[in-house]
Write a protein that binds this ligand. Structure first.
Ligand SMILES: Nc1nc2c(ncn2[C@@H]2O[C@H](COP(=O)(O)OP(=O)(O)OP(=O)(O)O)[C@@H](O)[C@H]2O)c(=O)[nH]1
Ligand SMILES: [Mg+2]
Length: 352
């Protein structure tokens, strides 16, 4: 499916492209200003260059000082992509369903972005998603951008890098962006915070229904997918999920009632995928017509702003002058010369 975005290691970047806006390049050197370089990169990304998109996402991962300009240049173009979050237990078929969805969206001419967050299966080079053979069929498709990211980067993970990478893919003109996260810990709840539409995948016979209820993902699912429907027990799982959904408080008029779709993503025929796409479309229509889309996106942007602000404060704390330095204060706390509250007051006072 997909052509993986070029890995773009730092060394190769510098050697290949004299315009590469890496942080190592001193601004006073002659040549285009960082602003001009960012502008050119954003233009290239928007006109469909996978390489430019890859570079912009690398700037996100590197927390490059250029990000501020990148995001300013991208801002007017944001908000057009339908962001789909895909979550579920390891091995349930998230990558395979993602591949099938990419195929379906490409079939109607959409430009598609895929972010795989913390994939448990190896995800590099040509071996992208679960269904490698199908992937290779789309290997030369420049309208599909795929990138895998570690969820716990040095800046605190999903809450920081993933929304920024999403922003790049969205502003680069993707009609749909699929975000795959492994359903362990908090990531499914976090991905629901990012997505316009959250797909929760389950498989028959894994006790997934019960697990889903325990993990709280019944609340975050907008569309439930019982994948591996070729296996025994799929209908039982569908019934279980339907029953659990109807126990929730979502059946009031005007509220979205999450559909449960059966898929068999490994078959060439992609059983259920067309229906899944229709349900995803219906959800987008519901989001738009009720104003829920704007509410979700405002909440998402608020989290983004907060994450950036916290990050800024954190680095300013690290840069504090000697007297208020965190370690010095910590030593005073350890020695009993002050308490953590008074120490924290000193830190915050020094920030203003
Ligand atoms: N029988 C059957 N197997 C499937 C189906 N969908 C996926 N699989 C298989 O299930 C295995 C796991 O699929 P993946 O798509 O890698 O699952 P995943 O949820 O992305 O896995 P992780 O990213 O490792 O959590 C692969 O061997 C797939 O070929 C299906 O509909 N039916
Ligand atoms: Mg996967």
């Amino acid at each position: 499916m997909t052509r993986p975005l070029p890995a773009d290691p730092a060394g190769a970047r510098q050697a290949e492209d004299p315009q590469q806006p890496g942080p190592a390049r001193p601004p006073e050197r002659s040549g285009p200003s960082p602003g001009a370089v960012v502008g050119a990169l954003v233009e290239q990304a928007r006109s469909g260059s996978p390489r430019a998109v890859a570079r912009l996402i690398t700037l996100v991962e590197d927390a490059s000082p250029l990000l501020r300009e990148v995001m300013a240049a991208l801002a007017p173009h944001a908000g057009r992509a339908h962001v789909l979050g895909i979550t579920g237990s390891p091995g349930v078929g998230k990558s395979t369903v993602t591949s099938a969805l990419v195929g379906a969206y490409r079939g109607r001419g959409s430009r598609v972005g895929v972010l795989a967050v913390d994939p448990s299966s190896p995800f590099s080079g040509g071996a992208l998603l679960g269904d490698r053979i199908r992937m290779q069929q789309h290997g030369l498709d420049p309208e599909v951008y795929v990138r895998s990211m570690a969820s716990r980067g040095h800046l605190g993970g999903l809450s920081w890098t993933t929304p920024q990478a999403l922003r790049v893919l969205d502003s680069a003109g993707c009609d749909v962006v699929l975000v795959e996260t492994v359903g362990v810990g908090q990531s499914e709840v976090e991905v629901a915070g990012l997505a316009d539409t959250t797909l929760v995948l389950l498989a028959p016979g894994m006790g997934d229904g019960v697990q889903a209820a325990k993990a709280g993902i019944l609340e975050v699912g907008d569309v439930f997918v019982v994948n591996k429907a070729d296996r025994e027990g799929a209908d039982v799982t569908v019934r279980e999920i339907r029953a659990m959904i109807s126990l929730g408080d979502r059946s009031e008029p005007g509220l979205w009632r999450p559909p449960v779709v059966k898929t068999t993503a490994v078959q060439a025929a992609d059983a259920g995928i067309a229906e899944l796409v229709l349900d995803i479309d219906r959800h987008l229509t519901w989001l738009t017509s009720t104003g829920a889309l704007r509410v979700r996106r405002i909440r998402r942007a608020a989290e983004e702003i907060e994450a950036i602000a916290i990050q800024t404060l954190r680095s300013r704390i690290e840069d504090l002058p000697r007297g208020a330095r965190l370690e010095a204060l910590a030593a005073e706390v350890v020695d009993g010369r002050t308490d953590p509250y008074r120490a924290a007051d000193q830190v915050t006072a020094a920030l203003t």
